[in-house]
Design a protein around this ligand. Structure first.
Ligand SMILES: Nc1ncnc2c1ncn2[C@@H]1O[C@H](COP(=O)(O)OP(=O)(O)O)[C@@H](O)[C@H]1O
Ligand SMILES: Cc1ncsc1CCOP(=O)(O)O
Ligand SMILES: [Mg+2]
Length: 269
């Protein structure tokens, strides 16, 4: 995966405008829908157990996010996930807050047991907790110590038999064999709630058009990180509010030119 291939996948997203079915949290719902629209995808949020299977089957990707989970919604996620699996629709999972409470940790583990997920995206602590590892945040910035993050991502990918994406200062995407490290993004992303959750849904949009989920994830990460850098350039001085708006604008504008100029994808060990 290089910048050119990444830009091609982004172009495919804009052309196909895939339907991304999200079962996500109440904090990020509107931001996620607007972010997917800005990018060029078609978002839908549907949660009722009566309809989630039907929606998941017609979607290009299903995104499951346990940010504000409750038991009814978790059951809906499993119903949707199984329907997506039957229909060959990729399922992307965001284990928000795994490790923070026993309920979140157990639910995250149950979802990856009951649903065949194509990719899991979280920060290092969340991914560690899904696979039962302890994880110490080494500095103020959880992205510090990226060597350890790569090892954690590979271990998780092998254990879960899926693509694993760990985000932070640098982002790692791996299937356990091939690894990409993406050196894009901006610290202001950590000052806007839902930027991790939206990224998980953006990976869904990319996985809807690129069957190689590892390539889809790497392409999504570089597009997203470059968009953040453009937004910071335009509105970073103003603060997180202006940055959030500029970021939505940048998601709609980022393309081959910006990715070739700013994209920093490294093939890891
Ligand atoms: N220190 C940082 N510098 C640049 N980008 C960052 C930094 N920390 C996180 N990001 C970016 O913010 C986005 C959300 O990632 P992250 O904060 O790890 O997710 P979450 O909110 O789920 O913990 C990703 O695109 C990631 O690359
Ligand atoms: C603040 C908050 N509380 C529960 S879910 C959520 C949003 C988390 O979003 P992200 O992980 O993308 O920062
Ligand atoms: Mg998160």
């Amino acid at each position: 995966m290089n910048n050119k291939e990444a830009a091609n996948v982004l172009q495919m997203v804009r052309k196909a405008s895939p339907l991304v079915h999200n079962i996500t949290n109440v904090v990020v719902t509107n931001f996620t829908a607007n972010g997917l629209l800005a990018l060029g995808a078609s978002p839908v949020m549907a949660y009722a157990q009566e309809e989630v299977a039907d929606m998941a089957k017609i979607a290009g990707a299903l995104v499951l996010n346990i940010g504000t989970l409750n038991q009814t919604e978790v059951e809906a996620m499993v119903i949707a996930g199984k329907a997506a699996n039957e229909a060959g629709v990729p399922v992307i999972f965001d284990p928000v807050g795994a490790g923070a409470t026993l309920y979140r940790t157990e639910t995250a583990r149950n979802i990856v047991r009951d649903v065949a997920v194509s990719a899991v995206r979280g920060n290092a602590a969340e991914i560690a907790n899904v696979i039962g590892e302890t994880w110490e945040i080494k500095g103020v910035d959880a992205g510090e110590g990226s060597g350890d993050v790569v090892a954690l991502a590979k271990k998780a990918a092998k254990q879960l038999k899926t693509v694993v994406v760990i985000t932070g200062k640098d982002d790692v995407a791996t299937d356990g064999e091939t690894t990409y490290i993406i050196h894009n993004g901006h610290p202001l992303l950590t000052k806007v709630t839902g930027t991790g959750c939206l990224l998980t849904s953006v990976i869904g949009a990319f996985a809807a058009v690129e069957r190689d989920v590892l390539k889809a994830a790497a392409a999504a990460l570089v597009s997203y990180g470059v968009a953040a850098e453009i937004a910071a350039e335009i509105a970073g001085e103003q603060g997180p509010g202006s940055f959030q708006i500029a970021f939505l604008d940048a998601l709609s504008r980022v393309g081959a030119e910006e990715i070739s100029q700013y994209g920093r994808i490294e093939q890891g060990e």
